[in-house]
Design a protein around this ligand. Structure first.
Ligand code: PMP
Length: 353
């Protein structure tokens, strides 16, 4: 063994969903958007002058921060932009969770949360979601150093109403409560309006799902000015220039085309509602999804087996071999054509058995 090995920080990393190089795959495994980004984003890319790369980008990401603040009707000092919401949440963990008390997040949730907590040596507890995968509000009344709730939750796809979020904020005035709204555009109301009454709320959003820009890596947080200033101090202590010129400019272009954004989100919601019916007809059940994916299990065939057989047919979905959810598949909503391929493949798998 190399002698320096004993000084290496030990981590158990997050395992991201697979990105197959084969273009023929029906890719329903990482909750990407099947439609292209807004047309203005493409136009901008077509006309990009590489000379701009000689210069560092704006460390304050001013253009995109302002565009997002105006879009959401908040102050220009209330938005923090990062390299995908993974970066934003990671900075938020470092910023707000410096207490010795454990932070709280559900046991079945985004698997990156415990990884950041371990990396930053933040103690944590994971209250169990109930038998229907619902988060139990009273579990978040114990002493804590902070709270993270994704709404809708992933991979369960369940959205909780604002009363639920407000209850948690009210009970925890001395903890920062991060609401991860990666999927909220496919669900109901954002917790944004609660910011007026609660200074302990941080909302995190991403361009990766509803804005079709997972590959550009843009995420953001909205909070009170003091919270955003605290995050900016941490960010400036790690890396000043996180957002490239092209990410900033294409981000603004996306925000400017609200009609396209609403149209693509509506198409995905329509396909999702149809998918619920189609999957139910062939023996699947699961929570009533309010996101761009379904979390389903089959009445007789184990999840792991379906996952493997779909893969052999070049259809990729996500499978987590973890207690309580190892019978379930998480299936991203694709185009109607992609979904038809999925239904056909599933029918074949069921009838071959
Ligand atoms: N939060 C949740 C709940 C997610 O599912 C994801 C996607 N894996 C993210 C955050 C991170 O997304 P991104 O970094 O692409 O914004």
């Amino acid at each position: 063994m190399n002698l320096w090995m004993s000084n290496v920080r030990k981590v158990t990393p997050y395992v991201a969903g697979e990105q197959p190089q084969n273009k023929n795959v029906v890719k329903l495994n990482t909750n990407e958007n099947p439609y292209p980004p807004a047309p203005e984003v493409q136009e901008l890319m077509d006309n990009y002058d590489a000379d701009i790369m000689r210069k560092y980008p704006d460390p304050d990401v001013t253009k995109l921060v302002n565009a997002l603040a105006d879009y959401h009707g908040v102050g220009h000092d209330q938005v923090f932009v990062g390299v995908g919401s993974d970066d934003v949440i990671s900075v938020a963990f470092l910023t707000f969770f410096a207490s010795d008390k454990p932070i709280l997040f559900p046991d079945i949730t985004y698997a990156f949360y415990p990884v950041w907590a371990d990396l930053y040596r933040i103690p944590y507890r994971t209250p169990a979601v109930d038998a229907d995968f619902r988060i139990v509000a009273s579990d978040y009344e114990q002493e804590n150093g902070g709270i993270v709730i994704p709404n809708p939750n992933a991979p369960t796809s369940i959205y909780e109403g604002l009363d639920f979020i407000e209850g948690i904020l009210k009970k925890n005035p001395s903890s920062m409560v991060i609401i991860d709204e990666a999927y909220v555009d496919f669900a109901g109301e954002s917790a944004l309006k609660l910011l007026e009454c609660y200074d302990n709320l941080l909302i995190v959003r991403t361009f990766s799902k509803s804005r079709s820009m997972a590959g550009m890596r843009i995420g953001y947080a909205i909070g009170r000015p003091e919270a955003i200033a605290a995050m900016n101090s941490i960010k400036a202590s790690i890396n000043s220039y996180t957002m490239s010129h092209i990410a900033i400019d294409t981000g603004v272009a996306s925000v400017n085309d609200d009609a396209y954004f609403k149209k693509t989100v509506a198409k995905i919601v329509e396909t999702r509602e149809n998918a619920k019916k189609r999957l139910k007809e062939i023996g699947f059940s699961g929570p009533d999804s309010q996101s761009n994916f379904l979390f389903v299990k089959h009445e007789s065939i184990p999840g792991g087996e379906i996952f493997k057989k779909l893969r052999e047919k070049n259809i990729f979905v996500r499978y987590f071999s973890k207690p309580r959810i190892d019978d379930y598949l998480r299936i991203t909503i694709g185009t109607p054509e992609e979904m038809e391929k999925l239904y056909t493949a599933l029918q074949e798998i069921i009838s071959e058995r």
